[in-house]
Each structure stands twice: as C-alpha cells, then as structure tokens.
Design a protein around this ligand. Structure first.
Ligand code: NDP
Length: 371
C-alpha cells in the first residue's frame, strides 16, 4: 500500500518531457488551426455590436494529427502508449500550465485599455474571483481566440488519451470487448463534436463566460483527464459483458445520440430559420420565439437527456462492480440539473409570459414526466 502511494506520488511529479509534449501539441494546434481549410463562422453579435469569426477546422486538424501520429508510430518514431505511460505526470503538468496561463491572462487583461466587448477588462476588488472567472471575454494571443482554442485542445486531448490507452492495451495484449465499446462510443461522440464544431460558437461558454481558471482548467484538465477515467479503469480491470449487455449498451448510446444531436440541431435550425420543418411538419412556436415541436415539445432541455444517456453509455462497458467509471455520468447529472435550473431562471426573466406559457404546454424538465 505504501509502495503504491509512493508510486502514485512519484507519477504525479510534473516533468520537462511532459511540458515538451504539451508545447508540441499546442504548437501543432496553432499551426493547423491557421493553415487548414475550414468554414469561417461568425459568432453571435456582442453587446457593442461587434462579432468575432471562428475558423471551424477542428475536424481537419484532428484527422491530420491522428494520421501524423499513426505514421510516427508506424515508423517507430513515437510510442502509441506515450500518453498512457505519462498520464499523471501530464495531468499535473497541464494543471500547472493552466495556473500559469490564467495568471498571465489576469495580469495582461487587467492592463487592457480596450473598450470592446471582447477585450474590455472586468476587474472587481476580489482578485481571487477575477482569477477564477476571468477578466476578459475573448482574449487573443498571436491571432488566436484562446477560449475557442482551449476547448478544441481539451476535446482533442480526450481522444488522444483514449487512443494512447488503446495503444497500451495492444502493447499489453489486453484488448477487451469492453474497451472496444468504450473507445468506439467516445470516438463517435468526439468526431460528431468536431463535425458540428460551429455549434460551439453560440454556446454559453463562448458567448458569455470570461476566460478565467474555471474555463482554462475545465477545458485543458477536466475534460481530457476526467472524461477518460473509464478508459484508464478498463486498462487495469477486466470486465466480461454478455451479448445482451452489449446490445443494451449500444441501444443506450444510439438513443442518447439521437436525442442529443436531434434536439440541439432542431434548436440551431429553428434559430436560423423559424419556418424550417421539424420531423417533416411546420414547427409549433410559442410567442414567435420558443420551439414547441420535436424534442423541445417532449421535455424542456431534452438535449440534456441525450447527453446524459451518452455519458451513461460510455460507462456501461465497465460493468457495475465499481462506482469509479461512473464518475462522468454522475458529475454530468449534477452539472446539467444545476445548469437547467440556472437556464430556466434566465429564460423566465428573458421571455416572461411566453416562457410561462411554454412551461404550461411542456411541463416536463429534461425527462418526460419529471417536473
Ligand atoms: P442549450 O443548448 O440547452 O441552450 C439553452 C438556451 O436555448 C436557452 O437559454 C434559450 O436561449 C434557448 N432555448 C431554450 N428552450 C428553447 C425552446 N424551446 N425554443 C427555442 N430556444 C430555446 O444549453 P447549453 O449550452 O447548456 O447546452 C448545449 C449542449 O451542450 C447540450 O446538449 C448539453 O447537454 C451540452 N453540454 C455538455 C456538457 C458536458 O460537460 N458534456 C456541459 C454543458 C453542456 P435563447 O435566449 O437564445 O433563446
């Protein structure tokens, strides 16, 4: 036990090698982001009337990176298990990087004299609060929008960790059906994310949150290292799944995906064209603003239900012998219930009677028959 703890603590010591890996990764993302083709998507209009533009070439960057790494592994230039071998060391190095970057953002941001919505500094008397929530809405560095850059780095990092864990399985000759299921579901989810990367440009994080430690840490540390816990767990634990369990697991994934993507897409399309057909019929709308057709007529924030089912499907391959692989769905359940409450309050204030009418017509929250 003592040996294990010592080993764990040693593995957590950050290293220059890990810092080097991070630097190479960020440099690649910076170069790929600026040269690879991708749709130029306008962000929402900010309070001063300005708009930022986002080059959505995350998918091309990801495919090229995986191809380059595959080539490097084939040529014995890079070990596929490099991340899996240095997981904790990379985690602590990324954590330190997040602390340094946030501190620099605070130092530079508070000196900004810009009055534009994206760069205007929001400074309070509480320095810790400013550090946590950030000072500027959309800080830039060397021509890149850091908020968009970090979320891309985090989502891609999650896939790279998974692929490295898979590489480690091959190295140990321990590839299991559970690992294949977990890897497949996450791969599809992350690819789907990058295929629809432009939807990110209108999310709450991008349009409303300032870039402080909460977002930097969330994107660079929390997403890649905690969303992959199931993969790490399967690396060290063997699970035998029955055929029925595999089929049920695929079913949960497919339903989750259908609801998650369907609901988000219906709202996205509705906001762009309020007359676009939903499930082949003209949409029902309340007050000209709120969609009552499709998933949005089944339950309010039905998109959260889809995300929760997807999160569950990532953990089910691990069986039920331990709560550890269920960290992600449990965390997401708490997060989305809290988020739904905050969003409901915001919508009630913004839409007033129209929101009250929507709540009457669609009384369920997230899940049908749940108030
Ligand atoms: P939503 O995409 O649910 O957006 C909420 C907003 O949509 C509301 O503020 C309102 O904005 C608008 N809206 C709500 N109801 C209606 C309606 N019936 N008709 C028209 N517009 C409506 O919020 P999020 O950004 O929180 O979530 C986006 C996705 O990201 C979800 O699928 C969620 O599950 C996922 N997510 C995943 C996380 C993870 O860690 N895996 C974390 C957080 C989110 P408006 O004022 O513009 O009308």
């Amino acid at each position: 036990m003592r040996m294990d703890l010592n080993h764990l603590l040693n593995s957590l010591i950050p290293s220059w090698n890990s810092a080097g890996l991070l630097l190479v990764y960020f440099t690649y993302l910076r170069l790929a982001g600026s040269v690879l083709p991708g749709k130029l998507v306008p962000g929402v209009t900010l309070s001063d009337g300005s708009r930022l533009y986002y080059r959505c070439n995350g998918l091309a960057s990801l495919v090229l990176l995986v191809a380059l790494l595959g080539l490097g592994a084939w040529a014995d230039f890079v070990s596929p298990a490099v991340i899996a071998d240095r997981g904790l060391e990379l985690l602590s190095t990324t954590f330190i990087f997040s602390v340094i970057v946030t501190s620099l953002l605070c130092a530079v941001g508070s000196k900004s004299s810009s009055q534009s919505s994206s760069l205007k500094p929001y400074v309070t008397r509480n320095k810790l609060n400013d550090w946590w929530l950030g000072i500027q809405l959309n800080p830039h560095f060397m021509g890149i929008d850091l908020k968009f850059f970090f979320v891309r780095a985090g989502m891609m990092g999650w896939l790279l960790i998974n692929l490295s864990v898979l590489g480690k399985c091959f190295e140990n000759s321990s590839l299991s059906q559970s690992m294949i299921l977990y890897q497949l579901f996450c791969l599809l989810y992350i690819l789907d994310y990058f295929i629809h990367e432009e939807y990110m440009t209108s999310t709450w994080d991008i349009i409303a949150e300032r870039l402080g430690f909460m977002l930097v840490f969330g994107d660079l540390v929390w997403i890649p290292y905690t969303f992959s816990i199931q993969g790490w767990w399967l690396l060290y634990n063997k699970v035998e799944l029955t055929t029925a369990a595999v089929i049920a697991n695929c079913f949960v994934f497919l339903i989750g995906y259908m609801v998650f993507r369907g609901a988000n897409k219906q709202k996205h399309v509705f906001k762009k064209n309020p007359k676009a057909l939903i499930w082949g019929r003209p949409p029902k709308v309340i007050g000209g603003k709120l969609l009552v057709s499709g998933y949005w007529g089944i339950a309010r924030h039905c998109n959260y239900l889809g995300d929760l089912l997807l999160a569950l499907s990532f953990s089910l391959p691990c069986g039920i012998s331990s709560p550890v692989p269920y960290f992600y769905p449990i965390y997401l359940l708490i997060l989305l219930i809290w988020r739904e409450r905050r969003d409901e309050a915001r919508c009630a204030q913004k839409y007033k009677d129209v929101w009250a009418e929507y709540c009457n017509v669609v009384p369920w929250r997230i899940l049908p028959y749940v108030y």
